[in-house]
Design a binder for this molecule. Structure first.
Ligand code: ATP
Ligand code: MG
Length: 424
């Protein structure tokens, strides 16, 4: 049996990294008063059509859409923002407070060509700051993205930022860009030719060298931005500079989704080959209104967890999980006594593994080693008869006899030797 193309099992040996990410970001978001939200992984297809925009890669070719048995058109969510905007409206979250700070982590689905760092089911960690038009909100979320990457000891990344202006300014620019590119149509690559008709701004993003050359004298988006848009952009840049967060302005940065206005940004690294973007985000002031909610300026980003994991793989925080106590009980009486031992270990808040094999003692010890256990608690006939247990430390093979009534004191006295990370 094979898993579906572009999907991956996350195996127990990898799961500690996932849990670490969840644990660390949860702590961080608590600090900044961002609250976790979990929305369904499928929604009405229409939600994504109305939010992401009809001439985008996601809508044109990447959606997992189907009809359910009730003939509803449904799509597995390709990204988080549309669902959160929907949830914000459905649950009338604006009534609760003016600014809602939210975060999420979960699977997203896009029908793409699978390659390193690109899957069909992948995971995004994202935040949305809903209800503020202040450039401080844009700065706050970029600062948090930067903090997260630093929490995982990442370097070698750069923050690229641009302003897309408001929707009218962008529409005007779109026409001018189209006018400029039309005479070059035959020189464009196939993708750009298609985009020229439906979504010419996306051509700015092209990696094709000839297209890049043509674009070098194309009209610039900034020249179409009026003072309100420019002021917002300058303020964000000013605050980032004040915070000493390095950034570069990339005038060609346009995002693959239609709902952005004003700020758009990406965080890129040179360590992931073609899949160089780890984080993408921006401001979406009209989205919630467009979906039928109140006018609610908002800004957010999403980080691809698989790409983040590829970057943090060799970083020091990624310690593998250690097992503390391996319990070996031989014989019917010993097996009952094992439950009493477990009770004491639980009280000490230490992790343990009860041996369930039919192996010989030597082979059982082999299993304990395999699981990276620190110490084996062994109970057999002799131990039961004299009410003690044998503790065998695997790293140095030292062995001790512990009278059963002193077991708790013994564990507590040795806690410093046991892995604190697991015991947290
Ligand atoms: P790309 O240009 O790589 O296709 P995108 O612009 O489609 O990215 P966004 O929609 O901005 O990506 O999603 C935010 C982040 O989610 C990306 O920067 C990336 O880290 C991650 N991501 C997007 N698509 C995938 C995928 N198919 N597999 C793994 N991660 C992905
Ligand atoms: Mg994409």
């Amino acid at each position: 049996m094979q898993s579906l193309r572009g999907t991956k099992d996350i195996l127990p040996e990898e799961i500690t990294s996932w849990q670490d990410i969840y644990y660390k970001v949860q702590q961080l978001f608590n600090k900044y008063n961002y609250n976790e939200i979990r929305t369904p992984i499928f929604e009405y297809t229409d939600l994504f059509f109305r939010s992401i925009g009809s001439d985008t890669d996601i809508i044109n070719r990447e959606m997992y859409s189907f009809k359910d048995k009730g003939e509803r058109n449904i799509t597995l969510r390709p990204e988080g923002t549309a669902s959160i905007a929907r949830a914000y409206i459905t649950n009338k979250m604006h009534k609760h407070c003016k600014v809602n700070r939210l975060w999420y982590l979960g699977p997203m689905f896009r029908y793409e060509r699978p390659q390193k760092g690109r899957q069909r089911q992948f995971h995004q960690l994202g935040i949305e700051c809903i209800g503020s038009s202040s450039p401080l909100a844009d700065t706050e979320i970029i600062r948090i993205a930067d903090k997260i990457l630093q929490t995982f000891y990442l370097d070698h990344y750069s923050i690229e930022i641009n302003s897309l202006g408001n929707l009218e300014e962008r529409a005007m620019y779109r026409e001018k860009l189209k006018e400029y590119l039309n005479p070059y149509e035959k020189d464009l690559d196939e993708d750009s030719k298609k985009r020229l008709v439906n979504n010419p701004l996306r051509i700015l993003d092209s990696k094709n060298l000839q297209v890049k050359e043509i674009l070098s004298s194309a009209p610039r988006l900034t020249t179409f931005l009026k003072s309100k848009s420019m002021n917002h952009f300058y303020k964000v840049c000013e605050h980032l500079a004040y915070l000493n967060i390095p950034y570069v302005i990339n005038e060609k940065l346009v995002r693959g989704l239609d709902y952005y206005n004003y700020t758009a940004f990406e965080i890129k690294t040179d360590q992931l080959g073609a899949q160089e973007t780890i984080c993408g985000g921006g401001r979406y002031d009209k989205l919630i209104e467009q979906l039928g909610g109140p006018a609610t300026p908002s800004v957010g980003w999403a980080i691809g967890i698989e790409r983040l994991l590829m970057l943090v793989k060799d970083k020091p925080y990624c310690s593998s999980k250690q097992l503390n106590i391996y319990i070996i009980a031989q014989g019917a009486e010993s097996q009952k006594q094992a439950w009493n031992i477990i009770k004491i270990i639980e009280e000490c808040n230490i992790n343990f593994h009860l041996d369930l094999t039919e192996y010989s003692l030597t082979k059982k010890l082999g299993q304990a080693n395999l699981l990276n256990a620190q110490v084996c608690f062994i109970i057999a006939e002799e131990e039961i008869k004299n009410n003690y247990i044998t503790a065998k430390w695997l790293k140095n093979s030292s062995q001790q006899r512990i009278e059963f009534p002193y077991l708790k004191a013994y564990i507590n006295a040795h806690k410093y030797l046991l892995n604190k990370k697991v015991a947290q």
